[in-house]
Design a protein around this ligand. Structure first.
Ligand code: ATP
Ligand code: MG
Length: 329
């Protein structure tokens, strides 16, 4: 049987790219009956500076958003990464097998490190902790965006190294790439960039907390080009194509379908259609998440219950690895 493990960082309000590209994908895997584990990656969040009380808030906010989106804690295991200490313990065993050269060459590390004066070692070790996250539960499949493929290759390599040195302890996790337009939503202000939590321009992204009015305004201001027709040509017309992609995700349609429906509309008119579709798709999730966010004790209970289910699985895998390495009696 497959086991799917995935994590999300509590680093601020989710945008619709995170929602369609990650959260809704998890909900669909759950609906397909997959053995799904989702963790809130607070240890990963620490690799860049976090205000302590904001971090706490973000954990609850993300939990509320996941539940509001349809993650069912009685079917999927939803927990906080730091509540299961084995993540850090297995990370250390793997750190001793990983090489500096391999990690320092990863593009995401190079990109982030280039912007820093002093680079925390945690940033370098990020992919090793990710490997620990999935190996700890014997994940066979990991949903990833294209940007995470190289990190999963690090995990596979660590499995090979571990097996070669100590014997088999973990299955090799396989990437699950998504097959819809969610692969990469673009920034609304500069479609050459992806929509991103860390973009300094708040109008570049639509948040899952945005009101209907804000959604409408941000779509209206979205950068397009000087051709009025609606077409889907991501390479040459990234702005309009991004609106088509958002529309497709909101209504579960294919680009050809929405382009045909938009026949005769100018991009300005089309923006109203997209905004309305998006309001219908994310409005109910936003409203439910707000209700849940007002019940922090319930959210903490959900996470506690999830950690209690995750721990025995983690103990078993860690125990096996530790014995092979020679740590345990
Ligand atoms: P940051 O700028 O801090 O890296 P981010 O917006 O890229 O933030 P992450 O926390 O890195 O968000 O990613 C969370 C999940 O959302 C990942 O599964 C990632 O693949 C997905 N994701 C991020 N940005 C987009 C996007 N623009 N379109 C679709 N999916 C996205
Ligand atoms: Mg990112």
């Amino acid at each position: 049987p497959r086991r799917v493990v995935t994590g999300l960082q509590p680093t601020g309000s989710l945008h619709i790219g995170n929602y369609f590209g990650a959260v809704r994908r998890c909900v669909r895997l759950q609906e397909q009956g997959e053995d799904l584990m989702i963790f809130i990656a607070d240890l990963h969040a620490l690799t860049t500076h976090q205000d302590p009380s904001e971090l706490q808030d973000n954990v609850l906010e993300l939990t509320a958003c996941l539940l509001a989106s349809g993650i069912d804690p009685s079917r999927s295991i939803l927990f906080l990464q730091s509540a299961v200490a084995r993540h850090s313990e297995l990370c250390w065993l793997l750190t001793c097998l990983a090489t500096h050269a391999r990690l320092a060459h990863l593009p995401q590390y190079k990109e982030k490190a280039a912007r820093m004066k002093e680079v925390p070692l945690g940033l370098l070790l990020y992919p090793v902790l990710q490997a620990a996250d999935v190996l700890l539960y014997g994940a066979t499949h990991v949903p990833v965006g294209a940007d995470q493929l190289q990190h999963l290759q690090v995990a596979s390599q660590l499995v090979r190294t571990f097996t070669h040195r100590y014997g088999p302890a973990f299955p090799t996790p396989k990437p699950m790439l998504s097959d819809d337009c969610s692969e990469r939503l673009r920034s609304l202000r500069d479609p050459s960039k992806k929509m991103s939590k860390s973009d300094t321009d708040p109008k570049s992204r639509i948040l899952m907390t945005d009101s209907d009015e804000t959604i409408e305004l941000k779509i209206r201001k979205a950068v397009t080009d000087f051709t009025p027709q609606v077409t889907y040509e991501p390479d040459t017309r990234p702005g309009v194509s991004n609106l088509v992609a958002i529309h497709c995700l909101a209504e579960d349609k294919l680009p050809e379908e929405v382009v045909e429906e938009a026949d005769g509309l100018s991009t300005a008119q089309y923006k109203r259609v997209v905004a309305a579709a998006l309001q219908r798709a994310v409005g109910p999730v936003r409203d439910r998440a707000r209700e849940l966010r007002a019940q922090p004790d319930l959210l903490r209970d959900v996470l506690r219950h999830g950690a209690a289910r995750a721990r025995p699985r983690a103990d078993e895998a860690y125990g096996r690895a530790a014995r092979l390495v020679g740590l345990a009696r």
